[in-house]
Design a protein around this ligand. Structure first.
Ligand code: AMP
Ligand code: MG
Length: 345
């Protein structure tokens, strides 16, 4: 008798486990660390454990493939090859590279040159300066500037590019995260996920019905401390900031975001720009462009574009100001003590 009871209990547990894995659909979440260790979180609603297991395998594969296109620090990547070869002979781009180039040209134009992926020689110059602790000379800056500008990348048809100047290189660091978000969201949708979130280190895209809540990082506090939260329908929410990555020379902090028009790290008081829009690639490029443009010109651009909402943080702690799109006011919940800092535009 005892044996029968034990046997039936074991059978019930196994059946329940099989049910949970095969048939029980619920919210699933997993994080992995691609692209040099950035946390990449995927949330999918109404998925069985088995479905989600397969979703994640597909996501990881796709992210690895995209990394092999865009990661300029991997010598095997398509981007590293372009940077080595495109000044020598025209380079035939793969379709994803051609698409990110098209996005980049659009945003370089829209931002009047504030966003420009050919900024790489300047990024390297200032990164090197952080190591030698010497501010680059006027001469070094203008030498690097002569190799910067999307107008110096000629393109035959959609897929062949050629650098018109020796020593040019491309860096899609300001747009690739958003682009990859979009790709992964599309992949999940194609797999039948109807609602979900893809979040690459706080740069996220949500798809499906209903509301989604996103945290807005406090630029003056440690990672994870929030200024507040925003509730939005399916959209991309991407933040570009001056606060986390910088080099320090003689006690002065220099941003990792460079103004391609002056050749110098941006220093206009705008510390963080969060953009909400329908596409991750657009929102990512725009967020970086806003940091370069500064608050006034940035708001001008946002007003002209209409389709994006933004949260801008300007100044330094404790006297910073928050500028938000009027349409966001009722969607934003700020943590205590922030309300008097708010300006609408
Ligand atoms: P994000 O965090 O999206 O603002 O991207 C910042 C990264 O984009 C930097 O680390 C650089 O690799 C690159 N970058 C810096 N300045 C610019 C710029 N003006 N336009 C495009 N990319 C830039
Ligand atoms: Mg960006």
């Amino acid at each position: 008798m005892r044996r029968i009871i034990l046997f039936s209990a074991a059978a019930a547990i196994i059946l329940m486990a099989v049910y949970v894995v095969l048939f029980h659909a619920s919210r699933r979440e997993a994080t992995f660390f691609p692209m040099g260790g950035i946390p990449f979180k995927v949330v999918a609603y109404d998925r069985t454990a088995f479905q989600f297991y397969k979703d994640m395998a597909a996501v990881k594969k796709s992210v690895a493939e995209l990394e092999l296109v865009f990661n300029r620090f991997n010598p095997e990547s398509e981007l590293a090859r372009i940077n080595r070869e495109a000044a020598v002979r025209p380079f035939a781009m793969n379709p994803n590279m051609a698409r990110i180039m098209a996005f980049s040209r659009k945003w370089q134009k829209e931002s009047s040159g504030a966003f420009d992926p050919t900024v790489a020689p300047l990024v390297e110059l200032w990164q090197g300066a952080g190591k030698t602790k010497q501010v680059p000379s006027e001469k070094m800056i203008s030498a690097a500037l002569s190799r910067v500008g999307l107008d110096k990348v000629s393109q035959a048809g959609v897929e062949r590019i050629f650098f018109t100047h020796e020593g040019m290189s491309l860096d899609f660091g300001a747009i690739a995260k958003g682009f990859i978000n979009d790709e992964i969201a599309e992949l999940l949708k194609m797999r039948g996920v109807r609602r979900g979130v893809v979040d690459a280190a706080g740069n996220a895209i949500a798809f499906g019905d209903g509301q989604f809540q996103f945290g807005i990082q406090d630029p003056f506090a440690e990672r994870g401390r929030l200024l507040g939260t925003v509730n939005v329908k399916a959209s991309a929410v991407i933040t570009s900031g001056n606060y986390e990555r910088f080099v320090e020379i003689n006690g002065k902090k220099y941003s990792h975001i460079i103004d391609p028009r002056t050749g110098r790290p941006v220093d206009n008081g705008l510390v963080s720009a969060t953009v909400i829009g329908s596409s991750g690639a657009d929102a990512d490029a725009l967020a970086t462009a806003l940091i370069v443009l500064g608050r006034e010109k940035g708001i001008e651009l946002l007003k002209r574009l209409e389709k994006f909402e933004a949260i801008l943080v300007e100044g330094s702690a404790p006297d910073f100001e928050i500028w938000i799109s009027a349409s966001l006011v009722h969607k934003l919940q700020l943590n205590l003590g922030q309300v008097e800092r708010i300006h609408e535009f």
